[in-house]
Write a new protein. Structure first.
Length: 332
C-alpha cells in the first residue's frame, strides 16, 4: 500500500514554525507511516536548516517561489505571482492533503493543489486574534476548512475550527541561564534595538536578523549578538526573560518553555498582526506588550527585570489536537 503524504507549507519565520510543530505531532502519532513534504520558499536557508533538524527519515523539503517578500510592494509582485503559481502547479505533485500556514506563499500552493484535486487545510496564525491575515481569509472564503488557535478568531472565521494554540515542541529542558534573550526574527527590530542600547542591562543575548551585529557590539561589548541561529531553541531554553516581536516565537517561549515573555510590537512589519492583536496575545500567555515608540529605555529596563516573575498558563496542545482529530480524517 502506498504511504500517505502530507504537504506542509513552511514559508519562513513563524510559518516554518507551524510546519515544524505539525510535523512533530505527525511523527509522534504515526512514525514512519506518513511521508511529510515541506514546501519552502526558494533559497530560504533558515527554513531548510530548521526543518532538517527534525529527527525523522520520513521528511523531505521541496522549494516553490514565494510571490511576495515582507516589504515588497504589490505591483512588483504581480509577475512573481504568476511564476510562483506555475512553479507550484507544474513542478509539484500533491498527494492526500496540503496544510497551509498563513503566508502569501500558501496561496499559490493551495490553488495549485486544489486544481490537482488535492484536499487543502487552511490555518490562521496564532497572533491574529482580533484581525485576520489576508491569505487565510481568502482561502476561507474560497471554502477551505480553516484551523484556528483561539475562540476569538471565530469572529473572522465563523466556520473555523478551534484546536488550541499550535506551537513547537521543546527541544531542550528549560533552565535559568541568567540572561535576557531578545529575538527579532528575519527583519530585526531597530526601534527596540535603539532603546536596548540605552539601558544598563548586562547579560543580554540578541538575535538581530538583517541588522549587523556590530550595531551592538561596538557599544555593548559583553553582549552576545548574532544574526541567526537555527538552534534558537537552545537560547530560549536558558533565558530568564524572552523579548520578541509579535508572532509564534512568543508563544513557543511561553508555552513550550514556560518563559516570561515581553512582546515588543514592531510597526516596521506592516503586513503582520496589529498592536491590538499583540496586546491580546500577551494576555493569552500572561506576558506583557510594549510599543517601543512609546516607552523610555529606563521603563523598558524596569519592565524586563520585573517580567522575571511572570508565569505562563497551560493550554491544550493545539498541534496535537489538529493532527489527531482533523488531519487524521484526511490521510487515513
Amino acid at each position: 500500500m502506498d504511504r500517505k503524504e502530507v504537504y506542509i507549507v513552511a514559508s519562513g519565520g513563524g510559518h516554518t514554525g507551524y510546519a515544524k510543530a505539525i510535523a512533530e505531532r505527525i511523527i509522534e502519532l504515526w512514525g514512519e507511516e506518513v511521508q511529510i513534504v515541506f514546501i519552502i520558499p526558494r533559497n530560504d536557508k533558515w527554513s531548510y536548516w530548521r526543518l532538517k533538524k527534525i529527527k525523522s527519515s520520513n521528511t523531505r523539503v521541496v522549494q516553490v517561489l514565494k510571490p511576495r517578500g515582507p516589504h515588497d510592494p504589490l505591483y512588483k509582485s504581480l509577475g512573481r505571482i504568476v511564476y510562483a503559481f506555475i512553479d507550484a502547479y507544474v513542478k509539484k505533485t500533491y498527494k492526500n492533503v496540503v496544510v497551509t500556514t498563513g503566508s502569501n506563499h500558501s496561496l499559490v500552493v493551495a490553488l495549485a493543489a486544489c486544481l490537482k484535486k488535492t484536499r487543502v487545510l487552511n490555518m490562521e496564525v496564532v497572533d491574529r486574534i482580533i484581525t485576520a491575515s489576508t491569505t487565510p481569509r481568502i482561502l476561507y472564503k474560497i471554502g477551505f476548512p480553516t484551523i484556528l488557535h483561539w475562540q476569538e478568531q471565530k469572529r473572522s472565521y465563523p466556520k473555523g475550527v478551534v484546536v488550541g494554540p499550535i506551537y513547537e515542541k521543546p527541544v531542550y529542558k528549560p533552565f535559568r541561564g541568567g540572561y535576557i534573550l531578545v529575538t527579532t526574527g528575519t527583519m530585526g527590530h531597530e526601534l527596540l534595538f535603539k532603546k536596548l542600547l540605552e539601558t544598563d542591562l548586562e547579560n543580554v543575548v540578541i538575535q538581530t536578523g538583517r541588522v549587523n551585529p556590530s550595531y551592538f557590539t561596538r557599544i555593548k561589548k559583553k553582549w552576545r549578538v548574532f544574526r541567526f541561529d537555527p538552534d534558537i531553541d537552545r537560547w530560549i531554553a536558558g533565558a530568564d526573560v524572552v523579548v520578541t516581536h509579535q508572532g509564534l516565537t512568543a508563544v513557543n517561549a511561553a508555552l513550550a518553555y514556560g518563559k516570561p515573555v515581553i512582546i515588543a510590537y514592531n510597526p516596521g512589519l506592516p503586513r503582520t498582526s496589529t498592536i491590538l492583536d499583540s496586546i491580546f496575545l500577551a494576555k493569552k500567555i500572561n506576558g506583557v506588550t510594549i510599543d517601543p515608540r512609546k516607552i523610555s529605555s529606563k521603563e523598558l529596563e524596569e519592565l524586563i527585570l520585573k517580567a522575571r516573575k511572570l508565569r505562563p498558563p497551560k493550554y491544550v496542545d493545539g498541534a496535537y489536537v489538529f493532527v489527531k482529530r482533523i488531519l487524521s480524517e484526511f490521510i487515513e
